[in-house]
Design a protein around this ligand. Sequence first.
Ligand code: HEM
Ligand code: HEM
Length: 296
Amino acid sequence: MARRWIPLLWLIPIGVVLLVAAVLVAQWLRTLPDIQSFIATHPGETAIPAGTPVGFPWWLQWQHALNAFFLLLIVRTGLQIGSGKRPPAFWTRRNDGLIRTKNPPRRLSIHVWFHLVLDALWVLNGLLYWVLLFPTGQWLRLVPVSWDVVPHALSVGIQYLSLDWPTHNGWIHYNALQLLMYGFTVFVAAPLALFTGLRLSSIWPPRLAFVPEKPVRALHVFVMLYFVAFTVVHVGLVLATGALRNLNHMYAGRDDESWIGLVVFAGSLVVMIVGWVVARPALLTRLAALGGAVRR
Ligand code: HEM
Ligand code: HEM
């Protein structure tokens, strides 16, 4: 691992200590009568808005799995870009294809090239998801429509941290904390990754160069850390709160305790591992050569 990332490793022990402290505080809070009555009046789920669909359609399942696949490789290429090591190859776009620019194309490291290719696919997948969320009513699962989402989410947070899980049934309705976190990830974190990433790329127009690069780069890395932390907690909770049922929801579109969702999820992990293994310079340089000149 590059030396540049070593300071970030401190986040791991700090996070563990904070988490243990938070669990102890939450367990103590739950012994207080006021908190007990707060949780009783705010168990964790807001009223289901009219028109909210039940279950997950196949397109949403596919897009969720593709999102995880692309993000894995996006984070990997991001870390390779940030490592400061000399990349195995460089790529310069040929200026005679579909995209032609007045200025000559800039030379990119193969890692940046692959990062941008993956970003384009990730953004396309995400845009399609956004567009489909609205006519299908699925957006109602991700966007709060009443303010009582705040006390409910607080209550769920205390319940999770005290290690006494709230009951939840994501097939019909997410709990308030899931709703806020999923909504934030889809409608805030993802666009932030896109806009900060565009600022760092060579398509950013020179007349907007007053947007400073350094803090934007720091924000871009921060968004990456958010995605990684979100995924660790998200997958941890998916597995800890009824793994078979939850996996069936998102990977098989069914609400039972069969093993089908787990098998499909395992298949998606195999695809991710294969993607990780084949995305080596030997293949990437060959693909990159289709649209530009590759030099070692
Ligand atoms: C959505 C569209 C995105 C675009 C257009 C984009 C674009 C870029 C660009 C142009 C760079 C700088 C390359 C250079 O230094 O020459 C970069 C770096 C990076 N990107 Fe992205 N990116 C996007 C999404 C993401 C996402 C979703 C993540 C992680 C979840 C991510 C993680 C990183 C990391 C870690 C770096 C290295 C930053 C550094 O250490 O300097 N990017 N990205
Ligand atoms: C690869 C491992 C993953 C697994 C096993 C997984 C599993 C799940 C499951 C089971 C649900 C439905 C929850 C329920 O029924 O209560 C869900 C929803 C969701 N997941 Fe994941 N997930 C994974 C990765 C990710 C990643 C990497 C992201 C984004 C960074 C993500 C974002 C979301 C979002 C936004 C939803 C809500 C989707 C909607 O309802 O439209 N997941 N996930």
